[in-house]
Ligand binder design. Structure first.
Ligand code: CP3
Length: 355
């Protein structure tokens, strides 16, 4: 029998498995980022992509954030998009426009240069970041590995960058469905291998980000996306049966039951739906994560506390709730507000829970 690791009994791991906890776990998407002076200082000396490719420094950035905020998990410091490079899409992060993906995919011919990653060694630097983060983190806390979901990654690869309406992406999906499905299949296999490698390198939990999927209708999600997201989760499940998976999407709460159908032990919800309604839609046999609006953190401590308590009062009475924002922390957020939020969640008296 191998010894039970300390992180197994953490509130984060227990909630992700749907088990009762002594208090609600909390971590925050983009918990290491531009809102933090320490991060901005690191970024003065290196570009964002260089930072992602420097495992000791990437690990240090996240460990510093975890130490400062006292959150219940460390997500590795990386990004959704580096996986696109070895798949055939050169990548750049420009200061003004965010990510730029050169030679975006638009045609059947473009598909011939898209690699399906069976061997994820071009992303060894991410796996090294997982190892370094695990080494440096207190044993009582889990490390979260992550990757983009097929729709969100395809969105960047087809648009060539950030998009408001994903026009080219949907156009490809509607007018060349065979190209679309083959592209998403290659992404799904690549992402599954990448996530499995992260778990092997020492990640205890895996999160799949479908950040932009909410621009789709339910019918289109089911037809064009769900089978590919499901492929990832099924493949990861097969290789890592005990690693909880968080499946996160934003934008269209009506998709939540289908995110559940595609899979995941924990379903992530944004702020557009009340968290108890979201949980009822997903089903209480799954865990849930979310859903404070990140803009609340720009307000004042009283408002932050009121909004946070409102969420906790709707969720903390059930096993399987993980506190988080509905999307990432905004760069303009005051650091003291973020630290105060973590304290508010941790101090929430469990006797206030609805019986
Ligand atoms: O959560 C964390 O602190 C861990 C690190 C992390 C980053 N990106 C760091 C980052 C994670 C988990 C991500 C995921 C990611 N990347 C998502 C999913 C989450 C979400 O917000 O929906 C997405 C869509 C991306 C793609 C991406 N990365 C964009 C569009 C941009 C540019 C716009 C922006 O917000 O800056 C990035 C850059 C990025 N990723 C930064 C950081 C800290 C800022 C880069 C900088 O320092 O200039």
């Amino acid at each position: 029998m191998s010894e039970v690791k300390k992180w197994e009994e953490s509130v984060m791991m227990r909630a992700a498995r749907g088990l009762p906890v002594s208090r609600v776990p909390v971590w925050l998407m983009r918990q290491a980022g531009r809102y933090m002076p320490e991060y901005r200082e690191v970024r003065q000396k290196t570009t964002f992509l260089e930072l992602c490719k420097n495992p000791p420094l990437a690990a240090e950035v996240m460990l510093t954030a975890v130490d400062k905020l006292k959150v219940d998990a460390a997500i590795i410091f990386s990004d959704l998009l580096p996986i696109l490079e070895p798949m055939g899409f050169p990548l750049e992060f420009s200061v003004s426009d965010g990510p730029v993906i050169h030679s975006p995919l638009r045609t059947a011919e473009d598909l011939t240069r898209v690699c399906e990653l069976r061997d994820v060694s071009p992303l060894d630097y991410v796996l090294e970041t997982v190892r370094k983060t695990r080494e440096g983190l207190d044993e009582s806390l889990p490390v979260i590995g992550f990757a983009g979901a097929p729709f969100t990654l395809a969105g960047y690869a087809v648009e060539g960058g950030t998009s408001r309406d994903f026009r080219q992406t949907k156009l490809l999906m509607y007018s060349q469905p065979d190209v679309w499905h083959e592209f998403l299949r290659r992404i799904a296999v690549s992402v599954a291998n990448y996530l499995i490698a992260q778990a092997d390198a020492g990640a205890q939990i895996l999160q799949i980000f479908d950040s932009w999927v909410g621009c789709l209708s339910c019918g289109d999600y089911r037809q064009y996306v769900l089978p590919h997201s499901k492929t990832i989760i099924d493949l990861v499940r097969e290789s890592c049966p005990n690693t909880p998976i968080i499946h996160f999407g934003t934008g269209n709460p009506m998709l939540l039951p289908m995110l559940r159908e595609a899979g995941g032990n924990v379903i992530g919800a944004d702020w557009r739906i009340a968290i108890d309604d979201a949980w009822a839609m997903i089903g209480h046999d799954r865990a849930i994560q979310g859903n404070l609006d990140p803009i609340v953190l720009l307000s004042d401590l009283k408002t932050i506390e009121r909004q946070t308590h409102a969420i906790l009062q709707k969720t903390a009475h059930r096993a399987g709730y993980i506190f988080n924002l509905g999307h990432g922390i905004l760069p303009q957020t005051p650091v003291e507000h973020v630290a105060a939020l973590v304290e508010i969640v941790k101090a929430f008296p469990m006797e206030q829970r609805i019986a």
